[in-house]
Design a protein around this ligand. Structure first.
Ligand code: NAP
Length: 308
């Protein structure tokens, strides 16, 4: 027998927790399933400065602890370490299978976000945990007074590069173009930071070392020339991939896997909504995830009241 709830939220980041807050306040029986622990990606961000209401900034962990406490305070049931393997829809009910149990619901909001993209170059998987990392907040302290590289020119690379600069001796920013994609305020800060050195028009082609990372081999994207950059750590921020494959045929996705929604964040399956970074959208921030979570919850509430 599957456990029944009127609404099931898959994913416990900003979008999922906000949806939970709205659904609980609407009196909808709701369960949130989270594959790790409540909080989502922002938990790994040292300092968040662009979420309104915190002019001094706030740590990602502290902010997400507050989201979780808010949702739990309203009675939201959260099952952590529950990874969803599949969702199906039959006879007006959703069936959600996790690795250990199964659940049924009238409606579902998917807020599974993204995971870091890989460079897929020799040495990347071999040196994972031995110099290669996708999380500066988690692993930065292992590189105290050493030289490291961040790969990428987006918000994540520059924000995490700045945070690493407080710990390490030097941060090489390896970027495949000659202009950053990151927000201007982050760019200005990085250009002023004497520990940040920019390697423009360079893309990593190999990571090497004996037992642990000792260098990156980079290729000049203009001349094709190869050169070695000696570093002890490589932090990879080359974008993100959505966690949406478990939706099978129940939602349409673009080529990268981001889910296509209508203006109410609904999908081609009635009662299935997507909120946050996993949907196709132009701005991925905590503030937009919060807006998505609220909108999806209000629309799911309407759907459930019709179907009850
Ligand atoms: P992103 O914005 O997609 O940037 C990825 C960077 O990696 C780009 O500079 C890209 O180069 C480069 N890149 C992509 N594939 C590469 C490859 N194979 N080899 C080398 N370089 C490669 O990703 P992100 O920085 O992870 O951010 C993801 C989303 O989260 C964004 O929407 C971002 O705004 C948001 N975010 C926001 C904050 C904040 O508001 N503080 C912090 C973190 C993330 P090109 O520029 O040439 O394409």
């Amino acid at each position: 027998m599957s456990e029944f709830h009127e609404a099931i939220i898959i994913g416990g980041g900003p979008a999922g927790l906000t949806a939970g807050i709205y659904l609980m306040r609407a009196g909808i029986d709701t369960l949130l399933l989270e594959k790790m622990v409540s909080g989502g990606t922002p938990v790994n961000t040292e300092h968040i400065e662009n979420y309104p209401g915190f002019p001094e900034g706030i740590s990602g962990r502290e902010l997400m602890n507050r989201f979780t406490a808010h949702a739990k305070g309203l009675g939201l049931a959260i099952k952590e370490f529950s990874e969803v393997e599949g969702v199906s829809f039959e006879e007006g009910r959703f069936l959600i299978k996790t690795t250990e149990s199964s659940f049924e619901s009238i409606g579902v909001i998917v807020t599974t976000g993204t995971e870091p993209a890989k460079m897929n170059i020799p040495g990347e998987s071999e040196f994972l945990g031995m110099g290669i990392s996708y999380c500066a907040t988690c692993d930065g302290s292992f590189f105290k007074n050493l030289d490291v590289a961040v790969i990428g020119g987006g918000d994540a690379a520059i924000e995490e590069g700045l945070s690493l600069a407080n710990i390490v001796r030097k941060v090489y920013v390896v970027h495949r173009r000659d202009a950053l994609r990151a927000q201007k305020i982050l760019q200005d800060r990085a250009f002023r930071n004497s520990k940040m050195e920019f390697l423009w028009n360079k893309k990593p082609v190999e990571i090497g070392g004996k037992g642990q990372v000792e260098y990156i081999l980079v290729e000049d994207t203009k001349t094709g020339e190869h050169s070695k950059v000696e570093v002890s750590g490589v932090f990879v921020y080359v974008g993100s991939r959505p966690n949406t494959s478990f939706l099978g045929c129940f939602a349409d996705r673009d080529d990268a896997g981001f889910v296509l929604t209508d203006e109410n964040l609904g999908t081609k399956t009635e009662g299935l909504f997507i909120a946050g970074d996993a949907r196709k959208k132009t701005l991925r921030q905590i503030s937009t995830a919060v807006g998505d979570g609220a909108l999806a919850a209000v629309n799911l509430e309407r759907y459930i009241l019709e179907k009850r």
